[in-house]
Design a protein around this ligand. Structure first.
Ligand code: AN0
Ligand code: CP
Length: 320
């Protein structure tokens, strides 16, 4: 695997799940694979889980790891070509990327949607500059439109906890005080469609996800109806994707707190498991009692980030 952005990069998901289970049984099984290989993890944005779990995955495989927080200690980077660089940015990505590539074998990039232009975000401008100008295998650690390491960890978690062959999985929008990217729901929708689950999305009008990811998945605007008989509730806020309301791309267009996942919502499910990628704002996205219930999977889900990252790095090392 040379690039990791989409579910299709992973190939057969059943096989990927088997590989994840194998690695979970013995996470050091492939510890000689990464000998003398270096992964560079570049963060343009904050992270707790991705930062730690991807480093741990690299260590499981015997790799060396370099972590760079671009905004802390490196030169401020210009990303647009053609700009007269008379402002606060000292270096251009067009030099910085090939330089960074000299010191590593694989590159992971975290670079959130900037909400300045839908086109720039949805063409993955920054991530693709890394792919184009580094000459290295590159994986997304949440980029403008996708978060595949999260979606793969979510799929592993669902596989481990499902109580029927084809569980009902509901992705629900929930309110949040700050505008957030669509990367997590995009990838979750994409991976759930590729997996063998009964998938339903629920959100207020205007929050329709990009068809590239949501495809022909069932969309139910009545949240309570969507929750009926669900086996898994996956909550996430996202800002307006600009699909049905192009002028509102990246904006908050609904603050309705009745969408917060609480015990009344969970009561109509089939004793569903609760999932969220974290970080989560309690009592905005989900109430304390729901996230603290025995059916909450937020910690096992985060634990599986180490497993998803180990599978991905292993596949990328094998392709070097
Ligand atoms: C980010 C997001 O919603 O994309 C990262 C989630 C993994 N969340 C926040 O910025 C709070
Ligand atoms: N879920 C997730 O990616 O968390 P971080 O933003 O802390 O990495």
């Amino acid at each position: 695997m040379k690039f990791f952005r989409y579910a299709s990069d992973m190939g057969d998901l059943r096989q990927a799940l088997n590989e994840a289970a194998e690695i979970k049984r013995d996470r050091f099984k492939f510890r000689s694979l990464g000998e003398n290989k270096t992964v560079l993890l570049i963060f343009f944005n904050n992270s707790l889980r991705t930062r730690l779990s991807t480093q741990k995955a690299a260590l499981n495989l015997g790799m060396n790891v370099i972590v760079l927080d671009v905004n802390q200690g490196a030169w401020k980077l210009e990303t647009e070509r053609g700009v007269v660089m008379d402002g606060d940015k000292s270096e251009h990505l067009l030099e910085a990327v090939p330089v960074m590539a000299q010191y590593c074998d694989l590159i992971g990039v975290r670079t959130f949607a900037r909400f300045e232009s839908r086109e720039a975000d949805y063409t993955e401008q920054i991530l693709n500059q890394f792919i184009r100008y580094s000459g290295r295998p590159v994986f997304s650690m949440e980029s403008a439109t996708v978060h595949p390491l999260q979606a793969f960890a979510d799929l592993i978690t669902i596989e481990e906890h499902k109580r029927s062959v084809r569980p009902k999985v509901v992705l629900t929008w929930a309110p949040h005080p700050k505008a957030l990217p669509q990367a997590v729901p995009n990838s979750f929708a994409e991976w759930m469609r590729a997996a063998d689950v009964d998938f339903v999305v629920t959100h207020p009008e205007g929050y329709e996800l990009d068809p590239q990811f949501v495809g022909d998945a069932r969309v139910e605007y009545d949240q309570m109806k969507a929750f009926e008989n669900a086996d898994f509730i996956y909550a996430k806020n996202w800002s307006c994707p600009g699909v049905t309301r192009s002028d509102d791309y990246g904006k908050i267009i609904n603050t309705d707190r009745s969408w917060t996942v609480d015990a009344d919502h969970m009561a109509v499910t089939r004793n569903a498991f609760f999932m969220h990628c974290l970080p989560v704002r309690r009592n905005m996205i989900v109430t304390d009692d729901v996230i603290e219930a025995p059916t909450s999977l937020v910690i096992p889900e985060a634990a599986n980030r180490e497993i998803s990252a180990t599978v991905v790095l292993k596949r990328m090392l094998e392709a070097l």
